[in-house]
Design a protein around this ligand. Sequence first.
Ligand code: CTP
Length: 397
Amino acid sequence: MLKGKKILLGLSGSIAAYKIPILVRLLKKSGAEVKVIMTPSAVQFVAPLTLSTLSKNEVLCELSDNNSWSNHVMLGRWADLMLIAPLSCNSLAKMANGLCDNLLMAVYLSATTPVVVAPAMDEDMWEHFSTKENIKKIESFGNFIIPVENGELASGLVGPGRMAEPNHILGWLENYFSNANEFVGKKVVITAGPTHEAIDPVRFIGNHSTGKMGIAIAAEFIKRGADVTLICGPISQSIPAKAKLIKVTSASEMLEECMKVFVDADIAIMSAAVADYTMEFPEKNKIKKKEDSMSLSLKKTQDILKSLGAIKKKNQILVGFALETNDEKDNALLKLKDKNADLIVLNSMNDEGAGFGFDTNKISIFDKHKKEYFFERKSKGDVAIDIINTILKFSNA
Ligand code: CTP
């Protein structure tokens, strides 16, 4: 599956480096060419000789060796993809801040190829606020992250932080290379996050949407070569670097931006949690506390998905979401029909680990030809893959 692909594999100092000889074997067996770079601390965990023997290439560790200089610029250009595995907490922090004190970081900073990392660290380090921020930061630079796995850690703790298993890393790479150009030339519009409807200058009506699902879909489309426009309500998540970001606040602003970009879009995915009601007359000044009770006069917002459904052309694919608490399938099918969507992604609030704020989601998808697809609970990244693969099936049917 990776025949002829050139993989530049960088190792940083983590005990998970003991799995890398297996990974190199798997990469070679699947036809890839592999060159290895190691940081000085990675060398303490696995011998360069092991990796040079398995990769059939010299292993580079230093920026200069015996008065000769390792050409980090050309190494980064040689590769089809740079994989940093394991990525230690320290090297992650260096990547996030552009530090360049070893060959691996010099190659990373000058690489023109896509970069994917497989982090490895102990649970407490993985959960630390600075690690989370650094991961967000390197993701926002356009790097891809292979999620850590749960299990026994070097400390004896059991939890998240293990580097993805070598066969999972191989699977990620195979998926990446087989899909990399699938959506080249396609324009995709995605809405994400909540909308905020102003009550007065300091208050609003909103909801708990974090935008994670829409961002995961955007990241997957970008990985597959699409030209992505992300129309986002107020969120704090980082956005994939290659997405065109349009920030909005209210439902009416989101509608206006969607109408502008939908005309040229091939695919539109409405994953935002748009407010259904907005203030009839938002107050210009802060409302003062006077009465013991008060009521607000609200009016319906215009349904964005339905508005796009009304002008949709034959060659455009429109995907909606349905968040339900009861009669889930019936309600989702009603929305699919009523809003003239091609597919609808159902989230049930009754499913464990699904809905606002979770890193996982459990979905079912229904298409307008009555095909149904059911999926297990997965990370939002994997759910994005399922959604996009289902869109492909629908468009090829
Ligand atoms: N949606 C929209 N514009 C709105 C409200 C919803 O585009 N003003 C879209 C959402 O982005 C989603 C789909 O419609 O793709 C369904 O949203 P959901 O909140 O599940 O349903 P509603 O149509 O709002 O109906 P209800 O809240 O009564 O379930």
